[in-house]
Design a protein. Sequence first.
Lengths: 158, 167
Amino acid sequence: MAYGDTHATARDPMYRDGQVIAFEMAAAKIYKGDIVRVDTTEGYANSADDLSAGDMCVGVALDTVDNSLGSAGDKKILVDTEGVISLLKGTPAKTDAGTWALQATTNQQTVTSGAIETTGTVTVGAILGIAEDDMTATKLSATRVAVYLLTMRQAKTA
Amino acid sequence: MASFTATTTPKDTFHEEGRRISFLMEDATTIYKGDLVRINADGYAVSREDAAVGDMFAGMACETVVNAGAVGAKSILVDTEGVFQVFKATAAITDIGSHAVCSTGGTADPQTVTCAAAAYTAVGIPGNTDAVVVGTVVGRVLDPLTKVADATRLWVKLLSLQQIKLS
């Protein structure tokens, strides 16, 4: 048996680059630099609500948008979905390299480091190492790690 | 413990960007522009044969090619990255954040997806190993003037060449 022929014709699939994507927002305020999640039970972007099952990381907010006085979907937020981004992490260490960057539960701009088998979290990406900082003697940041974004791959399960 | 054999010479690593890739086609196959293209277990591009074990999603066909000949006699250009509009029955806001998966065949349509929960996998690639994951739903298709959402189309960010159908 083969597929049906509902669309047995060529069509122009509408296309966007996908590096930066505009998501419809929940009735909330998202700040530039926030790690943005979509709660799949609602379908709207948020960053400040507690982590819950169904949450998926979609990227890092490129600007600050306040939809706290509106309704869900009234405004959109531009989100950077790919690339290497410097994100806050408490006491970055060289041993963070090669671990997952996981959304912290207490701050929407911060990640923690997790083992590759970690479950029940929201994965932001893979930590490449301590972020560079030319203003320090070691040239390494005391507060940030470089994260290769791996967005839209998995949702929080519990 | 075993160790690598020491390399003694440099090597030129040939590079292609990879955004648009040419794949050899299955025999007696037509792939239409806009079809969701899979690589089957034999290693050839298909879009209109039933989804089967070993299939991997490759991307969106960006041309129409009729291969009336043998396997590999023609090739098809496929877009492997980006955000595309695809068809889905009863598109909804709650589809956003779900994985879009290929319909399995039968009377289904090869330009249409269904949605499934984005399950966790230990290695961090898309879940739903019993399906062919096309990508992640990132938005509804809104009319630019009325802002009314299209009932049968969604924006999907492709996650190509990442997972093989296991069952």
